[in-house]
Ligand binder design. Structure first.
Ligand SMILES: [Zn+2]
Length: 197
């Protein structure tokens, strides 16, 4: 039996056509049925539901403007893919079972949810691209609720917010194969543009 189409990835475009997020078919259908988004492209599969039957969308577009548009949400899987699954401290490639998400300036040191990492001029949310990194279990455990400096850990790279082109690459890494073909016209024209961030 084929894998359920409901878990396949769907690209979400903002009202102006910019890619904003990736979701799955089940969530995308929810957006379409509640008229928050309309389908733009489809997979070659049908969704068979007791009350409706529709082609599975592969790209949907928001009908209304959204107040903000992060290209990728800040979550473990996107951070791991941004960091190519390498630990920020020992720089080793980390097997899946040992991957952990590290708040570089730890949550216990945040003030009202904000931190001021020395590599940024100002404050950012503790749970943001610029304060999150991939760490192996051993390094994260050794670090505990301390900054890398306090824990005596060498810090190998500055975390950053991915721009448009890198976000597309992260999506491809996460998909572990080529992107759905219907996504390409929405993603690849962006490679020649300056990044959004
Ligand atoms: Zn490590």
């Amino acid at each position: 039996m084929r894998e359920s189409i409901l878990t396949s990835a769907v690209l979400i475009l903002a009202m102006d056509g910019m890619p904003v997020l990736v979701t799955n078919v089940a969530a995308a259908v929810g957006h379409v049925l509640t008229e928050r988004a309309r389908p733009i492209s489809w997979y070659d599969r049908l969704i068979l539901h007791p009350t409706y039957k529709m082609p599975a969308p592969s790209v949907i577009q928001h009908i209304q403007a959204h107040p903000y548009r992060p290209l990728l949400s800040v979550g473990p899987r996107n951070v791991f893919a941004r960091d190519r699954f390498r630990c920020a401290y020992c720089d080793k490639k980390v097997p899946n079972r040992d991957l952990t998400l590290d708040h570089i300036i730890p949550r216990c040191q945040a003030q009202r949810g904000l931190v001021a990492p020395p590599w940024i001029n100002g404050w950012v949310p503790v749970h943001s691209w610029q304060n999150l990194t991939t760490a192996c279990f051993a390094c994260n455990n050794a670090k505990g609720g301390r900054t890398p400096e306090e824990a005596g850990l060498e810090f190998t790279r500055i975390p950053h917010t991915p721009g448009v082109a890198e976000s597309a690459l992260i999506l491809a890494i996460r998909a572990r194969r080529s992107l759905p073909e219907t996504w390409l016209p929405h993603l690849f024209p962006l490679f020649s543009m300056p990044t959004l961030t």
